[in-house]
Structures are given as structure tokens and as C-alpha cells.
Ligand binder design. Structure first.
Ligand SMILES: [Zn+2]
Length: 642
């Protein structure tokens, strides 16, 4: 654990403007805050505000908000710990750990050891890049790149992407990297730990794991090289074998990946996450492709929100990693059996991470990279935009053209899988929707192919009658347990959405106080605060607790932690983009609003009628609107068309 004092010091000493400016160079001063183009969503007019006085940012477009620590977490994909450490380093603050001495020393030692491993990987990446520039056999690697439309030295955009991905060449000799690392003073043991070197089985010494391969550096979100992925290349001329015993082992595997190490765990990293992270955030969707090459070549063609799972089925850890950047992932996999299986296997991971998943199917035998090359990047965006919800896609997969050719056992199995896909959905309404859709799809197909389902059966009850029955049973059981559909909007929730009269004035008053908390100590202001009610009162109470009068400082985090959700957005806005230039202005404006509010309340009767009318209207409209919105969201989430 990092000591709370360290965290507090980091918050106090960090210049949020300097941190954000590196990512948002367009920031310009406007009033007390700075405004620029939001790095979290695509926009043409700036709505991203940073207030250095409060150490706070807020986007009026996409509503992202927070401190400098939050910025690093959201924008750079750091963990909280990493963000605090990075900012501490920047501000020259020593990081104090609260752990026991022994545990601390141990964790410190491990951290140091990990840093050494990152350094070894970084050196190796540099070596491979250099070999791609000068080695006599580099032509083999360049040829493989060219096959994917990635010619070196032709298009600056392509060169730039190859550099960003640190593409390199591992030479065929047995000790190219080994001797380079030796010259650099790297211990072979460290290089062995990250899997770059392998100890010789006879005698002493080490040899290179990756030989005569095109090298892809695998980076974590922060851009540290954690592993490598090496692709086999066309054979070298006779006598320059790269495998250990060529005759026995057959052709070398197409890809070799680094083994696991203290800095790399299989199934936790995604190829391209560092290079794709900003685009993924802006697009609010990540595209998952099967191969490293697909990632690099799509980036080169301007489709940059793309990552690949590094040779594993998509795991829950990978889903969690992606979710840090976007709520939705679109699978862009081959339509072949392997591609389908990979999508099917990923479902639990997706569900566990609470991600939205959609599936885009490529035309038979075409990979994404080929499609973007022949039809342009728009062909990829079209596919992604037209992707279906995962359950729908999974049902389709089971019912594709091979269904009629399958024997009865397999058909039974497939229908069972469909049933499972649907019954796994948590929401009973979505289950019903999916059922109706699957029922229709199935009956159309069975009808069409004259399967052994009697026409009468189909028309009377549908081929999925049994399925429907079991679903109804599931739903009844859920209701019996007291569960209610998530779409239900209770009248109480709807009422909150309707704004009672005077709420604008109340919010302006709270806004002034958030901008100038010192006004809390002003007796004239204090008297007016008795006019307030509702969530704003709680906001003011939190403000009072977070205001440090002696230091004239607001503890922004403590304040935000406590306030009710209903006023959080209001608080974000005023923290990031204050409107009142001075305390005196703020006081004047606050008192004006208090007067307006008083007049409103004085005409009690009118106000009462007003409020009731408004509420009555608001209730009904808000209720309907909320219900519709919620159902749209739900449909969108599951890829159902309305
Ligand atoms: Zn934004």
C-alpha cells in the first residue's frame, strides 16, 4: 500500500495542467480554467476543461472527469498505484509504503527485479529493430511484411506504424541476441527469465530462442515491452538451418511467443493495446482480430482501435483490460470453424467482465487485413458497425449452412447450445426477445430444408416450444424469488428526473459555493442556505467537511467521495470550469439567486400548484422517457434492432 500521506502529497503537488497538456496540447486559457479538445471522445469544438486551482478536469461532452491521477488511469491505462507512482516521480516525491519492513523490502526487491526485466526486453526490441535495418538476411522479413502490404520505406504512414509496434528481425545465428546482451552487460539469467535466451542442454551457455523470425514486441498499456511474438519466415538457403534438429521436428511453428515471466502472463495482455488505447477510447469500441499482423496492417491503414489476443482464446483478464478503455468489443474473426470456436469460447469471459460484445463476420477466406487493402478501411468500419449482438451471432453460428448436414446427435447438441446461449442471458426480457428471434430463425430454416419437424408442429407450437417452456419456468422461478426485470422503472425513480421549480436557483447557489467555498464562512450567505433542500443540502454538508479554512484549500477528492450522485455532475462542472471570477462576484450571484428562490417560495400557493402540475407532467413524461431510454439501451447492448 502507498501511504495516504504520499497520495495526499502527490495530489497537492501535481500540476494537473502539465500532466493533461502532454495529451491535450490544444488547451487554451479561458477564464479560470483551460479548454481544449477532449482526448476521450471525438469532437470539433472544445468542451474539455481543466482547472489547475482545483486539480480537476471535466468534459462537458462525454462527462469524463477527475483528478490528475484519474487522468492517467483513464487516459494512459495506469492502475491507481502506477498513476500515483508516476506523478510522485514527476513531482520529486518519495513514495512511502505502509507495509511492514520485511514485506516492503520484498516488494521493493520484486519491483526492482521487474524493472530490470523490462529493461532487458527493451534492449532486445532495439536489437531486433536494428537487425531489420542492417542484417544480411533482413530481406526475408521485409518480404513477409511486403506480402501484407507493409513495404518499408515507401509510405511514411506505414514506416511510422512499424516503428510504433517496434517490428524487428531476429537473425538466424544461435547467439546474435545472446552476444549483444552480453556486450550490454545484461546477465543471461535475466534474459532467460523473460524467455529470450534458452540454456544449452549440453555444456554451459545460452542460445537465442527467436531465430530467423519477424519479431513483434508485445507491450503493456504503458508501452513497456513485456514479451515477444516471432513469426516464422521463408526458409534460408541450405546449410543455414535455424531449428535444432530440422529433420525430426518438421516445419517450425508459425508463431513462437515468449513464455510466461514475472512481467508477462499469458491471457492477460493484448497485442496492440498500447498503440490502440487512445483510438479505442475515442471510438468507444475495441475491435478484436485474430492475428498480430491484422493488428499492424489495420493500424497502417488507419483503423487503429484494433488489438489481438496473442494466441489464446479471449480471456476474462483481457476483457477486463479492454474494459478500462471501452465498454464494447467487436470480434472480427474468420468465419471458419476455428474463428467460430474462438468466439464461442470467449462468451463467459465477456459476461464475467460485464462487457458488451458484438460479432462481425468476415467473408469466407478473407482476413481483415486483406479486406482493408482491397476494399479500403471503410469496409472494416462497415463490418464493425453492422456487427450483431453476441447471443444473436452465436445462434446464427449454430444454424449456419452446416446445420442440415450435421447428424442428429450434433443437431441436438447445437440446439442445446442455442438454448444455453439464450437461457444464460440474465435479463428475462432480453431472453424473450432472443427466443422470439431464434424461434423464427429456426423455424424458417427447418421449414426451408424440410427437416423432420412436422409442419403442423411448427405452426402450432414452434420448434422451440420446449425451449420457450423452460424459459418461462426460469422466469417464473426468478419472480418467485422476488427478482424483478431490470427495465422496470418505479414511479419514485421517475420523479427524481422531474425538476421541481427553484432547482435551477438552488443549483446556482451550490455552484457558487463549490467555486468559492470560503463563502461558507460568510454570515450573509449562511443565512440564505436555510432556503435549500434536497440533494444540494448534502452537497453543501460535504463541501463544509472538505473545506480546510486555515489552508484555504478544498479537498476535492473528499468532497466528491461524499456527495450524492444527483449533484455530482454539477460539482464536476463547477470544479473544472468555474464561472465566477472573484469571491465578490460569486457572493453577489449567490445572493441574487437566493432572492429569486425566496420570491418563488413566498408565493407559496402558486408555487405549490406549480410544483404539482410540473410534477404531474414530469412524472408521466419522465417515466415514459426513462423507460424507453432504458429499453433502447438494453436492445443496443444485446444488438437487437428495435
Ligand atoms: Zn469528452
Amino acid at each position: 500500500m502507498i501511504a495516504p500521506e504520499t497520495i495526499a502529497l502527490v495530489r497537492e503537488r501535481t500540476d494537473i495542467l502539465a500532466v493533461v497538456q502532454e495529451a491535450v496540447p490544444s488547451l487554451k486559457r479561458r477564464g479560470r480554467s483551460f479548454v481544449g479538445l477532449c482526448p476521450f471522445h471525438k469532437e470539433k469544438t472544445p468542451s474539455f476543461h481543466v482547472n489547475p486551482d482545483r486539480g480537476f478536469f471535466h468534459c462537458f461532452g462525454c462527462k469524463e472527469a477527475g483528478s490528475a491521477i484519474d487522468f492517467l488511469i483513464k487516459h494512459e491505462g495506469y492502475t491507481f498505484r502506477e498513476a500515483v507512482r508516476a506523478l510522485a516521480e514527476r513531482a520529486g516525491i518519495e513514495v512511502i509504503e505502509t507495509r511492514q519492513d520485511a514485506a516492503f523490502t520484498e516488494s521493493d526487491r520484486q519491483k526492482k527485479a521487474r524493472e530490470d526485466l523490462y529493461a532487458v526486453n527493451a534492449l532486445a526490441a532495439t536489437f531486433f529493430e536494428d537487425q531489420l535495418r542492417r542484417h544480411e538476411h533482413r530481406g526475408y522479413a521485409l518480404e513477409e511484411l511486403a506480402k501484407r502490404g507493409l513495404e518499408v520505406g515507401v509510405d511514411p504512414k506505414i514506416d511510422e506504424v512499424l516503428q510504433a509496434f517496434r517490428i524487428g528481425y531476429a537473425p538466424p545465428g544461435w547467439d546474435g541476441l545472446a552476444s549483444f546482451l552480453r556486450q550490454q552487460g545484461v546477465s543471461p539469467a535475466a534474459a532467460e527469465t523473460v524467455g529470450l535466451l534458452v540454456p544449452r542442454s549440453s555444456g554451459s551457455g545460452f542460445y537465442d530462442r527467436f531465430r530467423h523470425r519477424l519479431m513483434f514486441a508485445v507491450m503493456d498499456p504503458q508501452g513497456r515491452v513485456v514479451a515477444f511474438s516471432g513469426r516464422a519466415l521463408r526458409d534460408l538457403p541450405e546449410g543455414q538451418a535455424v531449428s535444432k534438429n530440422d529433420s525430426a521436428s518438421g516445419p517450425p511453428p508459425k508463431y513462437i511467443n515468449s513464455p510466461e515471466s514475472p512481467v508477462y502472463t499469458k491471457g492477460q495482455m493484448l497485442f496492440g493495446i498500447h498503440q490502440a488505447r487512445h483510438e479505442i477510447r475515442q471510438a468507444e469500441v475495441a475491435v478484436l482480430v485474430e492475428g498480430n499482423f491484422d493488428v499492424v496492417s489495420l493500424h497502417a491503414r488507419g483503423v487503429a482501435n484494433v488489438v489481438a489476443p496473442l494466441g489464446t482464446a479471449f480471456t476474462g483478464e483481457q476483457a477486463k483490460l479492454l474494459k478500462r478503455f471501452a465498454p464494447t468489443v467487436v470480434f472480427l474473426f474468420d468465419g471458419d470453424a476455428a474463428g467460430k470456436k474462438a468466439v464461442r469460447l470467449s462468451r463467459d469471459a465477456i459476461r464475467a467482465a460485464g462487457m458488451n460484445a458484438r460479432v462481425a463476420t468476415l467473408p469466407d477466406g478473407v482476413d481483415p487485413d486483406e479486406l482493408s487493402r482491397t476494399k479500403g478501411p471503410a469496409a472494416i468500419s462497415d463490418l464493425v458497425a453492422g456487427a450483431r449482438g453476441m447471443p444473436e451471432a452465436l445462434v446464427e453460428m449454430e444454424l449456419d449452412g452446416t446445420f442440415v448436414q450435421a447428424d442428429v446427435f450434433e443437431r441436438v447438441e447445437r440446439v442445446e447450445r442455442i438454448r444455453k446461449v439464450i437461457s444464460d442471458e440474465d435479463d428475462p426480457i432480453v431472453r424473450m426477445e432472443l427466443f422470439a428471434w431464434a424461434d423464427q430463425a429456426v423455424s424458417a430454416r427447418l421449414d426451408l430444408h424440410g427437416m423432420r419437424v412436422g409442419r403442423d408442429d411448427v405452426h402450432q407450437s414452434g420448434p422451440f416450444a420446449a425451449l420457450q417452456k423452460s424459459l418461462r419456468k426460469d422466469e417464473e422461478a426468478a419472480r418467485a424469488r422476488g427478482e424483478v426485470p431490470r427495465t422496470a422503472v418505479t414511479p419514485k425513480e421517475a420523479r427524481i428526473a422531474a425538476k421541481p421549480p427553484g432547482s435551477a436557483e438552488r443549483r446556482e447557489i451550490v455552484g457558487c459555493l463549490i467555486e468559492w467555498p470560503s463563502l461558507l464562512e460568510d454570515p450573509e450567505v449562511a443565512e440564505e442556505l436555510s432556503l435549500l433542500d434536497g440533494p444540494v443540502v448534502m452537497a453543501i454538508a460535504s463541501l463544509r467537511r472538505a473545506w480546510k479554512p486555515h489552508e484555504k484549500r478544498l479537498d476535492v477528492d473528499a468532497f466528491l467521495e461524499e456527495i450524492p450522485p444527483a449533484v455530482r455532475m454539477l460539482a464536476n462542472r463547477h470544479l473544472a470550469n468555474p464561472q465566477q471570477e472573484s469571491e465578490a462576484n460569486a457572493k453577489g450571484y449567490l445572493l441574487d439567486n437566493a432572492n429569486k428562490l425566496k420570491r418563488l417560495l413566498l408565493s407559496q400557493e402558486a408555487a405549490q400548484i406549480n410544483r404539482e402540475t410540473y410534477r404531474a407532467q414530469g412524472d408521466w413524461d419522465a417515466e415514459r422517457e426513462l423507460a424507453r431510454e432504458q429499453s433502447d439501451r438494453l436492445r443496443a447492448k444485446h444488438g437487437l434492432k428495435s
